[in-house]
Design a protein around this ligand. Structure first.
Ligand code: PHE
Length: 348
C-alpha cells in the first residue's frame, strides 16, 4: 500500500493526476482510509501499534502530496512563462499621432527666419483696452479708422476703461515701447527688434475672413533704422518664407494712422488655369502692411521721437500659410476636422 500510494504521487504528471492519487490513498474509499477502518476490530494493543504505523504512513503520503504539488505548480508556471514569451522584435502597433496645426507651423517658420535677423518673440493680451488698440497708435476716439476695423467691443472695466478684442497685433508695439526695461535698453544705445505672432479679431465672416484670425507684427526701434532697412528686411523675409530666391516684391504707398510713410507689400504671382502660383508672374498679391513708426506713436509710448525711429509691419499669418501650403479655404483652419488636420498638419 505504501509503495503504491507513494508511487502514484511521484508519478502524477499534473495536478489532476495528483488529486486522483490523493483520493486513491486518503479519500473515503482510499487505501489508507481502508486501513483506518480495520482498526476498530483490533485488540487494544495491536490497535495502538498498528494505528501509529498507519498514521505515520498517512503523514508520509501527505508530505509527498504536498511536495509533488509544489513541484507541479512550479513547472506549470515555468511552462506558462515559456509559452507566453513576447517577441520584442515585432514592430509596435501604430498609435494615433497628433500633428502641428499649419498656423503653429508657420509661426515657428517665421520666428526662425526673423530670429536669424535678431528679432525676438513678444506677446500681448487678446483682450485689450481701447487705448493700446487705438489711441496709442494715433487713432483717437473719433478717428474714421476705428470704423475701418470692425471691432468686437467688450463690457468696460469697472474703472470705465473701454475694452475690445484686439483688432490687430499692433497694440503690442505700444506695450513693448512702454516697457521700462525696453526704454532703459534703448537709452543705453540698444535696439528693439520684436515679432508678435498672435490671435486677432474682427467682425467679418466669409470665405476669406474669419472673426478670429492671426497676425504677426514686427517692430524695430533704435536711432538710425530707416525705410531702406524696412525694405531689405521684408524682401529677405518673403524670399526665405516662400523659398523663392527671386520672388519679386512691390512696395505700394499706403496709409495707416500709426506709420508714416506707409507701404503695403505685394508679392509676384500668376494664375494658371485658375490656380495661383507664387513667384515672378503677371500679377500681384497683397500680403502685408508696413511703414515707419509715426512720431506720435513713439511719443505716446513715452519715447522721444526726435531721438528714436524705426519701422513696423503687420501680416496675416493664415493668409501666408494658405499661400505657401496651397490651402484653399480659410474657414477650414478653425473647423478642427481631424481629416483636414491630418492632411495639412505637420509632424513635429
Ligand atoms: N495693423 C495693421 C493691420 O492690421 C497692419 C500694420 C502693422 C501696418 C504695422 C503697418 C504697420 O492691418
Amino acid at each position: 500500500i505504501r509503495s503504491e500510494a507513494l508511487g502514484a504521487v511521484s508519478q502524477a504528471a499534473d495536478l489532476a493526476a495528483l488529486d486522483a492519487a490523493r483520493v486513491a490513498a486518503l479519500g473515503k474509499k482510499g487505501s489508507i482510509t481502508g486501513l483506518m477502518k480495520t482498526l476498530g476490530g483490533m485488540a487494544p494493543d495491536q490497535r495502538r501499534e498498528f494505528g501509529a504505523r498507519v498514521n505515520q504512513l498517512k503523514g508520509e503520503i501527505e508530505a509527498a502530496l504536498e511536495a509533488r504539488k509544489s513541484d507541479l505548480s512550479a513547472s506549470a508556471l515555468a511552462a506558462k512563462l515559456g509559452n507566453e514569451k513576447i517577441d520584442i522584435s515585432l514592430p509596435a502597433r501604430p498609435e494615433a499621432q497628433g500633428t502641428l496645426h499649419p498656423i503653429g507651423q508657420v509661426m515657428d517658420e517665421l520666428a526662425a527666419i526673423f530670429g536669424e535677423m535678431g528679432f525676438t518673440w513678444a506677446e500681448g493680451p487678446d483682450i485689450e483696452d481701447d487705448w493700446h488698440n487705438f489711441t496709442a497708435l494715433n487713432i483717437p476716439p473719433d478717428h474714421p479708422a476705428r470704423q475701418m476695423q470692425d471691432t468686437f467691443y467688450l463690457p468696460s472695466r469697472p474703472d470705465g476703461t473701454p475694452m475690445v478684442l484686439r483688432t490687430h497685433t499692433s497694440p503690442v508695439q505700444a506695450r513693448t515701447m512702454l516697457d521700462k526695461g525696453v526704454q532703459k535698453m534703448l537709452a543705453d544705445g540698444g535696439s528693439l527688434r520684436i515679432i508678435v505672432p498672435g490671435r486677432t479679431f474682427r467682425i467679418d465672416n466669409d470665405a476669406t475672413h474669419t472673426p478670429m484670425f492671426h497676425q504677426v507684427e514686427g517692430l524695430v526701434i533704435d536711432r538710425t533704422t530707416h525705410m531702406g532697412h524696412l525694405k531689405g528686411c521684408l524682401v529677405d523675409f518673403c524670399r526665405a518664407f516662400f523659398e523663392i530666391d527671386d520672388l519679386p516684391l512691390r512696395f505700394r504707398p499706403s496709409y495707416f494712422p500709426f506709420t508714416e510713410p506707409s507701404a503695403e507689400v505685394d508679392i509676384g504671382c500668376s494664375w494658371k488655369g485658375g490656380e495661383l502660383k507664387i513667384g515672378a508672374g503677371d500679377s500681384w498679391l497683397e500680403i502685408l502692411g508696413s511703414g515707419m513708426v509715426h512720431p506720435n506713436v513713439i511719443a505716446n509710448c513715452g519715447l522721444d521721437p526726435a531721438v528714436y525711429q524705426g519701422f513696423a509691419f503687420g501680416m496675416g499669418i493664415d493668409r501666408i500659410a494658405m499661400l505657401k501650403y496651397g490651402i484653399p479655404d480659410l474657414r477650414d483652419f478653425f473647423e478642427s476636422d481631424l481629416r483636414w488636420l491630418r492632411h495639412y498638419g505637420f509632424s513635429a
